[in-house]
Design a protein around this ligand. Structure first.
Ligand code: GUN
Length: 293
C-alpha cells in the first residue's frame, strides 16, 4: 500500500512557519501583511475557496480585505478596483478568484495586477520569471505540490515526471518547477496520443485535468509517486462526494506515495497563498526602506 502524503499536516506545518514569520515581519516593519481578495459573482465553489482563504489569513495574522463584485460588473469597474488596490500602500497581495464570470477578460485583469502584489504568480512577468528560474511569487497549487513531493522524494534529479493537464494555473507552472528540480518532464493533455502509455512510465505523476478518477491503476508505474490536484464533486450511491482525478482505491495499491482528495493538495494551496502573501509583503516593505548609505 502506498504511503499517504498528508496535505493537512503538511499545510499546518507551512501555516505554523508563516505565522511565526508574520510576527517577526510585524515587529520589523511595524505594519501587518495585507491580502485583498476579489470575488466576482456567486459561483458556489469560488465562494467556498475565498471563505477558506480569508479564514486561514486570520489564523496566521495576515489582514484580509474582501471585495465582492456582482457577476454583471463591467471590465472597467473591475479594472478600476485593481488600480485602487495596486496603489494602496497598505495592500501587499491581490488575489482575483478565478474563473471570472463570462464577459470579463481574465487575461487583461491578471495583467493589470501589480506583479509585486500578484500572490497567485499569474502575471506574465511572474510567469516569465518562473520559466527562467528567477521567480519570487510561484503559483500556489504547484508550489504546494512541490513541497509535498520533496517530503517523500528529497532528490528529484533525473526522475521522469509526467504532468497531466496544461492549464496556466497548474499544469504549465508545475512543469516549470519540475524542470527546475532537474526532472525529465512531459506534459500530456487532451490532444495527446497514447496518454496512458506515457503516464505509465512516470516516476512522478501529477494529475491536473479535472476529470473524476480518470487515472486508473494501469496508467501508473508500480512504485510511482502520485500527486492528485483534481477536486471533483460526484454523486455515488445517492451521496455527493469529492474525488480527485485519480482512482485512489486502485492506485494506492501500487503507488509508492499518493495524495488523498480531500486533504491533499487543497489545504497546501491555501497555505502557500499565505506564504506568498508574506513573501510579497517583505519585498514591498523592503523596497520602501531608504537605501543604506
Ligand atoms: N481558481 C482555482 N484555483 C485558483 C488559484 O489558485 N487562484 C485563483 N485566483 N483562482 C483559482
Amino acid at each position: 500500500m502506498a504511503r499517504l502524503i498528508d496535505g493537512k499536516q503538511n499545510a499546518q506545518q507551512v501555516i505554523d512557519e508563516v505565522a511565526v514569520d508574520v510576527k517577526k515581519f510585524i515587529e520589523s516593519y511595524k505594519v501587518t501583511p495585507c491580502l485583498a481578495v476579489v470575488l466576482v459573482g456567486e459561483d458556489p465553489a469560488s465562494q467556498v475557496y475565498v471563505r477558506n482563504k480569508i479564514k486561514r489569513a486570520g489564523e496566521v495574522g495576515i489582514r484580509s480585505i474582501e471585495h465582492k463584485l456582482s457577476a454583471h460588473c463591467s471590465q472597467q469597474e473591475l479594472n478600476a478596483l485593481i488600480q485602487t488596490l495596486n496603489t494602496d500602500p497598505e495592500v501587499h497581495g491581490i488575489l482575483v478568484q478565478l474563473p471570472l464570470p463570462k464577459g470579463l477578460n481574465e487575461e487583461e485583469i491578471i495583467a493589470a495586477i501589480d506583479p509585486a502584489k500578484d500572490v497567485d504568480g499569474f502575471h506574465p512577468m511572474n510567469v516569465g520569471a518562473l520559466s527562467s528560474g528567477q521567480a519570487n511569487l510561484i503559483p500556489c497549487t504547484p508550489l504546494g505540490c512541490m513541497l509535498m513531493l520533496k517530503q517523500v522524494m528529497p532528490d528529484l534529479s533525473g526522475k521522469k515526471a509526467v504532468v497531466i493537464g496544461r492549464s496556466n494555473i497548474v499544469g504549465k507552472p508545475m512543469a516549470a518547477l519540475l524542470l527546475q528540480a532537474n526532472c525529465t518532464v512531459t506534459v500530456v493533455h487532451s490532444r495527446t496520443q497514447n496518454i496512458k502509455q506515457i503516464c505509465s512510465q512516470a516516476d512522478i505523476l501529477i494529475a491536473a485535468i479535472g476529470r473524476p478518477e480518470m487515472v486508473d491503476a494501469d496508467w501508473v508505474k508500480p512504485g510511482a509517486t502520485i500527486i492528485d490536484v483534481g477536486i471533483n464533486a460526484i454523486e455515488r450511491d445517492g451521496k455527493r462526494k469529492l474525488v480527485g482525478d485519480v482512482n485512489f482505491a486502485e492506485v494506492e495499491k501500487i503507488a509508492q506515495a499518493i495524495t488523498p482528495v480531500p486533504g491533499g493538495v487543497g489545504p497546501m494551496t491555501i497555505a502557500c497563498l499565505m506564504k506568498n502573501t508574506l513573501t510579497a509583503a517583505i519585498a514591498i516593505e523592503q523596497a520602501k526602506l531608504p537605501l543604506a548609505s
